[in-house]
Write a protein that binds this ligand. Sequence first.
Ligand SMILES: *[C@@H]1O[C@H](CO)[C@@H](O)[C@H](O)[C@H]1NC(C)=O
Ligand SMILES: *[C@@H]1O[C@H](CO)[C@@H](O)[C@H](O)[C@H]1NC(C)=O
Ligand SMILES: *[C@@H]1O[C@H](CO)[C@@H](O)[C@H](O)[C@H]1NC(C)=O
Ligand SMILES: *[C@@H]1O[C@H](CO)[C@@H](O)[C@H](O)[C@H]1NC(C)=O
Length: 485
Amino acid sequence: MRVLHALSALLVASVVQAKYIVPGGRWRDTEGDLVNAHAGNIYFDKGSSKFWLFGEHKTEGQEEGGGISVYSSDDLATWEPHGLALEPIEGHPYISPEHIIQRPKVVYSEGTGQYHMWWHADNSTYGWLLQGLATSDNVAGPYKFVDAVAPLGNWSQDFGLFTDYKDGRSYALYSNGDSVDGRDVYLTRFNENITALDEVVYRFPKFDLEAPTIIQTERSYWALMSHKTGYRPNNVVAFRADDLSGPWSQPFIVSPLNTRTFNSQSGFSLRIEGTKKTTYLYIGDQWDSNSLWESRYIWLPMHIDERKKTLEVQWHDVYDLNVNTGEWRPIQGKTYTANDATTSGEAYKQEANFATDGVILTGIYGNDSTVTFEGIEGTGKPQWVSFYYQNIDDMGFGDQPGGTPDRIGGEWQLRRISSVVVNGDVQNVETLYQRDTHKGIILSTPLQLTLEKGRHNTITVGGLFNGWDYKGADLDRIVVYPPEH
Ligand SMILES: *[C@@H]1O[C@H](CO)[C@@H](O)[C@H](O)[C@H]1NC(C)=O
Ligand SMILES: *[C@@H]1O[C@H](CO)[C@@H](O)[C@H](O)[C@H]1NC(C)=O
Ligand SMILES: *[C@@H]1O[C@H](CO)[C@@H](O)[C@H](O)[C@H]1NC(C)=O
Ligand SMILES: *[C@@H]1O[C@H](CO)[C@@H](O)[C@H](O)[C@H]1NC(C)=O
């Protein structure tokens, strides 16, 4: 009884504090730390009635081999940390901090009555190309290393796992590396117990894709994968099929061209079968190769049209997902455009036919060349604010010779960093990371800010050092969202 009471109290609390999903924001767990679980999966555990998020644990100075972290959630927005599900072991032949422990996926095996964690197991130079297995009696772990094997005698790099909701069978997805013979993506069925692979079901030949995941609708299977551009995002593609063994369609791009899937890489997808609606989420990673441990998450609803045979990942700054009904809705915010802003120093408004007001705020630099949005309405509570920007430092990845940022000895500047100051309070400078974009492509990054109650707030944006320079990205507009409730 007592336990039940505590549980329902918890449930009420989690409903009252409903949180939004905010792609690309700094996601904090219930302890206030950044959610640190990259390129993993989300497993809904019936026993605990919770979602469990697994992923690579990355910290400054330990970008690989940090083990696999685990978090739990009732709503996919509030995450409670449970430490490491798989801990690296010093001197271990496969899971020492010297090894690659990437793209973990956890699934429950009815046959063994255990949770099975699979991942891409490798040495630091990616010379092994194996799949690791660890098991646990508890979903949160600790997981105990079992083995690392070559799948059906072949190579395995980026690892994905898919479970067919109709028959419960699980499949491994893996790109087989960058060698001349490799460059395929395999779809291979596990045995019933998910302890080893059984049979190759399909091979996506020589597309040179990676980071594979499959999402299943009532009618179709949709396989999403990214191109191989390392930690730099590209245009994720999908294939469709009626049957896992094919025939599969031609690949097609799933997001507006040149947004590079809103600066993210595929890796997982989640089917939420609610009481009113089934929602399909794209679970992507926004890698930050300047500081991998700060990489963010791009989770977005996918719009699937079975008749047209299309799948689109759609951008929303902020949305509210009800995991019980399966319904979600974009949150409406209040927009302030370039015309509403004043400039200082060398910052100015430049004609830009792709911008909301036909002008974009540019020349933002350091503390002296800034732009200020005035008359902003606030509530006195933390609110998400999206900054729509353009940052063409890298000249449009893929559009220039050799894929390099500057033909003459240039270096990638993956992001600019803007300073954001509310109501002139320079003691509290927020850092806004603005990833590179193509020319004329406007993307957004959110920050959670506390504005005063009323319509008199100002937001001032300047430039901070990004490792090269003090430039802030060009700004198109900002959108202020209501607080979470
Ligand atoms: C699955 O695992 C269980 C427990 O180890 C074992 O008893 C059973 O024989 C296995 N099933 C198959 C098909 O291998
Ligand atoms: C990784 O494994 C490959 C293949 O066995 C080997 O050639 C390479 O030297 C290994 N790398 C390291 C750092 O041990
Ligand atoms: C391993 O993968 C390569 C590339 O897909 C393929 O050509 C080869 O037949 C595979 N080998 C085995 C043993 O399956
Ligand atoms: C901007 O001001 C901050 C502190 O107020 C200082 O640390 C920083 O160096 C200044 N930036 C530039 C480019 O002058």
